[in-house]
Design a protein around this ligand. Structure first.
Ligand SMILES: Cc1ncc(COP(=O)(O)O)c(C=O)c1O
Length: 397
């Protein structure tokens, strides 16, 4: 791959920020990103502030409030939305749960979910269905990876009773990107229903990897995490809720962070911004870790530049893998993001291959459905690492 030397040294310099990249060749960003040094330092510094100034004091409480809002602002800027639309959560799944339990379900309502969702989200949808006599429809998106139109497939499955569509913006198993704006348009203007159909996007793989402008997509809920493509610490994520539907979503877990109180300390009502769904005490130093991680990425380039770089590198990996006769990349055209999924025709199982690779210092993962191996490249992955991986796989199989 021909990158100018100046560009490569810029990437090399950026990589110095990530201690997790030193001793391995890492392709598991879709599982968890490597925390930058400044993220770790920000977490430690925050703990020190809490201990020196508190841990509970007027000063510390002000400090926490200020840092929390700075994180909200950094996230909102990355997603192209107003700060007030962001709820800070722990992870993707808790954001999806806020949305799913927050809807005023009626018996007979239907949820349309793709056949590519994460087990934790499927389980939540199934429990909603059981508790509220809601029906689940599954739409076959997996088959649209290389042909067909996912929007058309979703359209075919909508009914007048459909209340919510649950999908992933970037599918975690195949790496397909779904056209979120077209899907939101379709659902909001579905003429056979007397109310707009809402869209919940699981953004586990898209937040921090795609260049996003959520306000433009008109998605209703966007649940994401900081610990994957943003490379933040585990335990901090968020949920975007479209302002137009905000008032119709009820909190399920409730606590002091989400309410207004009167002079006697009694609850009056819920806050009227994203904090409505925040509950109580969190591990605030982690917030500083995520904020520092986002700053590290932006120092290198904006989300558009990072996304372009991810796509160039994933295409390089995809091409290299496609040239190995025993490998079949699930996608038959270059990836639209950083996930490259493939099957290997070999006597060895995918698990054994991934285990062998990990023993040699290459970190990938298997996926169960469809049965495949997934490699993720980030914008700071080196072409040389991709070449090494391709050689290592060829030698193993
Ligand atoms: C598509 C998808 N949804 C949900 C999750 C769960 O993420 P979290 O642990 O942040 O809830 C993952 C994690 O791999 C994922 O890929």
């Amino acid at each position: 791959m021909n990158y100018p030397q100046t560009f490569l040294s810029e990437v090399q310099q950026q990589r110095q920020e990530f201690p997790g990249l030193i001793n391995k060749v890492y392709f598991n960003f879709g599982g968890q990103g490597t925390l930058p040094r400044s993220g770790l330092e920000a977490i430690i510094d925050a703990h020190n502030v809490l201990q020196q100034q508190g841990p509970f004091s007027i000063k510390v409480n002000d400090w926490i409030r200020q840092k929390t809002e700075l994180l909200r602002e950094a996230i909102a800027q990355e997603l192209g939305v107003e700060n007030s639309t962001i709820t800070l959560t722990e992870n993707v799944t808790s954001g999806c749960n806020i949305a799913l339990w927050g809807i005023d379900w009626q018996p007979g309502d239907r949820i349309l979910m793709t056949d590519c969702e994460h087990p934790g989200i499927i389980a939540t949808v199934e429990e909603i269905a059981r508790r509220f006599q809601v029906e689940i429809d599954i739409c076959p998106i997996l088959n649209t990876l290389n042909e067909g139109d996912p929007v058309e497939v979703i359209k075919q499955q909508l009914t007048p009773q459909t209340r919510l569509v649950v999908l992933s913006h970037l599918l975690w198993n195949t790496g397909q990107v779904l056209p979120l704006k077209e899907i939101s348009d379709l659902c909001h203007h579905y003429s056979q229903s007397d109310r707009p159909i809402l869209v919940l996007a699981d953004a586990a793989q898209s937040a921090g990897s795609l260049a996003l402008n959520l306000a433009e997509t008109e998605v209703d809920f966007y649940a994401f995490t900081g610990h994957k493509w943003f490379c933040g610490p585990a335990g901090v994520g968020g949920l975007y809720i479209r302002p137009e539907i905000f008032e119709f979503v009820n909190p399920t877990f409730i606590g002091w962070r989400g309410i207004n109180i009167d002079g006697k300390g009694q609850p009056i009502d819920f806050k009227q911004d994203g904090t409505k769904f925040e509950v109580a005490t969190s591990s605030y130093p982690q917030y500083e870790g995520l904020r520092a991680a986002i700053a590290v990425h932006n120092n290198w380039g904006n989300s558009e530049r990072r996304y372009q770089q991810i796509c160039q590198l994933s295409e390089y990996l995809w091409k290299g893998l496609s040239e190995i006769s025993a490998i079949n990349c699930l996608k038959n055209s270059p990836p639209e993001a950083g996930l490259v999924s493939f099957t290997v025709n070999s006597n060895m199982s995918h698990n054994s291959i991934v285990q062998k690779l990990e023993n040699q210092g290459f970190f990938l993962r298997t996926i169960r459905n469809p049965n495949c191996i997934r490699a993720c490249v980030h914008y700071f992955t080196l072409p040389d690492e991709i070449e090494q991986l391709i050689k290592a796989i060829s030698a193993i199989i």
